[in-house]
Design a protein around this ligand. Structure first.
Ligand code: TEU
Ligand code: CA
Length: 554
């Protein structure tokens, strides 16, 4: 297996709007990030993945871009960006940009032109179709954010496709000029010195030319089979790789909803000449009660089965990215751990151990390193995210479910859980802003914040710091092969990693009960690399505390 810097790196995701506000307008910004670079350096991360900072009307918080080569006014200027890049580089931290090119904003100049007339030079930059008749869109597809995936446009009496909000029209990747415009833009950023791209829904860029109705469960049909991993997606990514990516020492990670291990090897195989790695979602999707909305936990055996399959099937062939959460997911500790005060810290450390000992590049989402939790939503008015607002309306206010039925599901999964402000200290608004934050701060900031945790050696923060440091000293964490143990246990997640003569045993108790465990013979008496308790592991028969985790090394 080739050794590369991005396999050895730990990545930290910043959602700029919620990270740090420098000027008191309640919105996080680039100077805010600059002011916290030393915090990130102290944590020890190698790379920042910056969620979109481009000009945007913010229908979907920057994932609707109106100018790819300008910075969102609220976040600062291009000078601020250049300063951030330079100061990150000074500290040995690389910056990976979010590349959102499945769609643009409807306020992007390409779309403003495109909708003007059928013969506009930009017409074919987007996906326009005639309706089936006066009232009906071209087909029954529903958008990810509710409603039809087609929007009627009066100027030319045609519909355009938007797999996300109607302010996010999908680009037509079958148009060579679209592809060239995107590659030019990417080259411009690479020339600036950025260190890579996280590619938003990149598995959706190629659509089938026939667009039949999709299987409908509710009002709308599923576009998945016609738009995800479409006919030319690999061709376009290879072209992108040849035209742009291969010319720079950068890393790429594709967000590829619905990806299987087989497809991942095509997108991100060692010799694929497409991407370096992909985000897979099997372990965070599962089957919801109402679409994605559910308050059910995935059984541990299922979680392990999924992660183990990805570990084994990609080993030596493609590279995993490892994550529990991001800006679209609930908080890791609330979802996979236990955010009750008595268990929050220990379960957050357990989850960190479990993830960082797997093979792949770990991604830490801002605040995860503090064990930040889901938000205690009180009413639908608390939501800021378009997905949650639309879902509440579609399923509940104007739909089949009662508030009581839907509320536990939407609050468990709302993307706003991840988007509350970073908790820096115990002063007003958690030190995030001196103004009024754009989204409420989690009321638990007095206990859970960076200031308290950086000064407490036993904190979740210091545990992450230690895990990151261990990665530097233990190539087996990066390149070792993976073997699961106790696959049928609903309490314990246990696996080994092996590289030449080095071997690690990772044991994690995912339950709130004690669990007994027999340390395999070869590890009895082995050294302990890390543990989230003060326990020692020199006897074979042990009893793990609730959420205990440890790693032994021979
Ligand atoms: O997400 C795409 C995606 O497939 C989903 O995870 C989606 O965000 C939603 O949660 C489905 O329930 C990416 C971005 O990460 C997300 O923030 C954007 O809203 C979306 O693309 C559109 O750009
Ligand atoms: Ca600001």
């Amino acid at each position: 297996m080739n050794k590369t810097w991005w396999k050895e790196a730990v990545i930290y995701q910043i959602y700029p709007r919620s990270f740090m506000d420098s000027n008191g307008d309640g919105i996080g910004d680039l100077q805010g990030i600059v002011s916290r670079l030393d915090y990130l350096k102290y944590l020890g991360i190698d790379v920042i993945w910056l969620s979109p900072v481009y000009q945007s009307p913010n229908d979907d918080n920057g994932y609707d871009i109106s100018d790819y080569q300008a910075i969102m006014d609220e976040f600062g200027t291009m000078e601020d960006f250049d300063e951030l890049l330079a100061k990150a580089h000074d500290r040995g931290i690389r910056i990976v940009m979010d590349l959102v090119v499945n769609h643009t904003s409807d306020e992007h100049k390409w779309f403003l032109e495109s909708k003007k007339s059928k013969d506009n030079p930009y017409r074919d930059y987007y996906i326009w179709r005639e309706g089936q008749n006066e009232q009906a869109p071209p087909n029954n597809w529903g958008s990810c954010f509710g409603g039809s995936a087609w929007q009627y446009d009066e100027a030319t009496s045609m519909y355009y496709l938007h797999l996300f909000s109607k302010k996010q029209p999908d680009l037509n990747w079958d148009n060579k000029e679209v592809r060239q415009s995107v590659y030019d833009m990417m080259t411009w950023w690479c020339e600036k010195g950025i260190d890579g791209f996280r590619m938003d829904v990149i598995s959706m860029i190629s659509k089938t030319s026939e667009m039949p109705d999709g299987k409908a469960e509710g009002l709308y049909g599923d576009f998945g089979p016609y738009c995800i991993h479409g006919p030319n997606v690999h061709k376009y990514l290879q072209e992108m790789n040849e035209t742009v990516l291969s010319k720079y020492d950068i890393m790429t990670v594709g967000e590829t909803a619905g990806v299987t291990t087989e497809l991942a090897k095509q997108y991100a195989g060692e010799d694929a000449r497409e991407l370096n790695m992909v985000f897979q979602f099997e372990h965070v999707e599962g089957n919801g009660k109402y679409g994605k909305w559910t308050d059910q936990k995935m059984p541990l055996t299922m979680l392990k089965k999924t992660l183990s399959r990805w570990q084994r099937e990609l080993h030596g062939k493609a590279w995993n990215s490892l994550f529990w959460d991001n800006h679209d997911q609930p908080r890791a500790v609330s979802r996979f751990g236990d955010d009750r005060p008595m268990f929050r810290e220990i379960s957050a450390k357990m989850l960190a151990t479990c993830l960082h000992m797997l093979q792949g590049t770990p991604y830490i989402y801002q605040g995860e390193e503090l064990g930040m939790t889901n938000y205690p939503f009180q009413s639908p008015d608390d939501f800021r995210d378009i997905e949650s607002i639309n879902a509440y309306s579609q399923w509940c206010a104007n739909g089949p479910l009662s508030h009581e039925e839907f509320w536990p599901c939407i609050t468990a999964k709302s993307r706003d859980n991840a988007r509350t402000p970073m908790q820096w200290d115990d002063t007003e608004n958690a030190g995030f802003t001196t103004g009024t934050p754009w989204i409420s701060v989690n009321p638990n900031y007095k206990e859970i914040n960076a200031k308290a945790e950086t000064s407490d050696p036993d904190s979740v923060f210091h545990y992450y710091k230690k895990l990151i440091a261990l990665r530097r000293e233990n190539p087996v964490m990066i390149y070792g092969s993976y073997e699961p143990l106790l696959e049928d246990s609903e309490e314990l997640f246990v696996y080994t990693r092996t590289l030449d003569l080095e071997k690690l045993l990772t044991v994690c108790n995912f339950s709130d009960k004690e669990a007994s465990f027999t340390i395999p013979y070869e590890f009895v008496g082995a050294g302990c690399l890390i543990s989230n308790t003060e326990n020692t592991y020199d006897k074979a028969e042990i009893t793990l505390r609730p959420y205990e985790a440890f790693v032994l090394k021979i």
